[in-house]
Design a protein around this ligand. Structure first.
Ligand SMILES: [Zn+2]
Length: 380
């Protein structure tokens, strides 16, 4: 299969260039749908039937299952089609190859993963067509904004699966991802009372002063050893420098490492915001912890071990890491489905202008993926 994939390398790079040249930021429905159509067509050619879940504002989500599937699929793949880049980026910063690396918006997160997944399926169609019956794929269009429309779809299709393989890129050093932090966001809206700070300061109640108390208390919940962090990342407030601030807003980012920390942390945050520190102010708290952590379970470690074995057979040394960022892996793993993430090609600097793909990893990781699937299905 390696030879087959190697012979397809230039075709894979051409498809990657085509996908990178389509702007598909999470807010750009048209572009995401165009990516979905380009991929759907190719999956159709190897016998998959795409089921499209139309969205009015977000990109459509697509579920791919083999036509006339003879069995219930046991392996779920999840790969997102959206990027974090604004419309126009593809024209400003087009796909380019410099040395051993390819650049362009979304090249590693995760258009190279889309190419790898498609070509893994093409290789299977050629060499192990029966294996395809065991595979189901969700291509979603809103991962970069937290999967608001695709989360329930992912959960629906993950339920009952033996394995979930998530196509986020491998880390810079090639590591797979076996745990991710969970978390959520809160917004505090504080009301005080405005007054001229020179003429009648005694009549004012500062919402900014109240916000300051809350920030200190919330930040004190951070416990790096326990993997909990609470950070007010954006504040707004006040009207002019000589006015006692009548209002202030604080936006809070929270991260947890274990699922059982969510309830405790949410309760603490609510307790802190329940009563004012500055008498006369009021506070309205919105938000919550909505993303479960991906925990490294015994089942995850067993799955990793299988991938490690396959890796050693195909010449890829497998390491794994934990990461702070979220992905759809959290949704499948919190359902109890053994999940490994980072199965895409190797690269780095995602979400920045320096985002890159290590070109040699495109074929290498596709080959790994193909062999992993064959092993998991148990046909060889
Ligand atoms: Zn991603």
């Amino acid at each position: 299969m390696k030879n087959y994939l190697q012979s397809k390398e230039s075709e894979m790079l051409a498809l990657l260039e085509r996908l990178v040249s389509i702007d598909s930021g999470s807010a750009h429905k048209k572009g995401i749908d165009e990516v979905g159509e380009a991929l759907g067509e190719q999956y159709l050619q190897i016998g998959f039937s795409p089921k499209i879940y139309e969205q009015s504002e977000n990109g459509n989500n697509i579920v791919l299952t083999l036509q006339n599937s003879e069995t219930t699929p046991t392996i779920l793949f999840v790969a997102h089609m959206d990027t974090v880049f604004k419309t126009g980026t593809a024209e400003k910063r087009p796909f380019t190859i410099k040395g051993d690396r390819a650049y362009g918006p979304g090249v590693i997160d995760m258009k190279a993963s889309q190419v790898a997944l498609l070509y893994a399926m093409k290789a299977l169609a050629q060499f192990y067509p029966k294996v395809l019956h065991h595979v189901q794929i969700v291509l979603n269009g809103d991962e970069e904004i937290g999967s608001p429309t695709s989360r329930s779809l992912i959960e629906e299709y993950a339920a009952g699966k033996k394995y979930a393989l998530i196509m986020e890129p491998a880390r810079k050093d090639g590591s797979l991802v076996t745990s991710r932090r969970g978390g959520g966001r809160y917004t505090m809206r504080i009301k005080g009372k405005g007054a001229h700070s020179g003429i009648e300061p005694q009549n004012g109640i500062s919402a900014i002063e109240e916000l300051a108390h809350k920030i200190i208390k919330l930040h004190a919940l951070t416990d790096h050893d326990a993997g909990i962090s609470v950070s007010v990342g954006v504040v707004e407030g006040g009207e002019s420098v000589n006015t006692i601030a009548p209002s202030a807003v604080g936006h809070v980012d929270v991260r947890i490492t274990y699922a059982d920390q969510a309830e405790w942390l949410d309760r603490k945050i609510r307790e802190i915001c329940e009563s004012p520190d500055v008498p006369g102010t009021s506070i309205q708290l919105e938000g919550g912890i909505n993303r479960p952590p991906m925990e490294k379970t015994t089942q995850t470690m067993e799955l990793l071990e299988i991938i490690r074995e396959v890796g050693s057979e195909v010449g890829v040394h497998i390491t794994d890491v934990a990461t702070g960022g979220g992905s759809d892996a959290s949704f499948t793993s919190s359902l109890g489905v053994p999940t490994i993430d980072g199965l895409g090609p190797v690269g780095g600097n995602a979400h920045s202008e320096e985002e890159y793909l290590e070109i040699s990893s495109l074929v290498e990781r596709t080959n790994l993926l193909t062999n992993v699937i064959v092993r998991l299905v148990g046909i060889s």
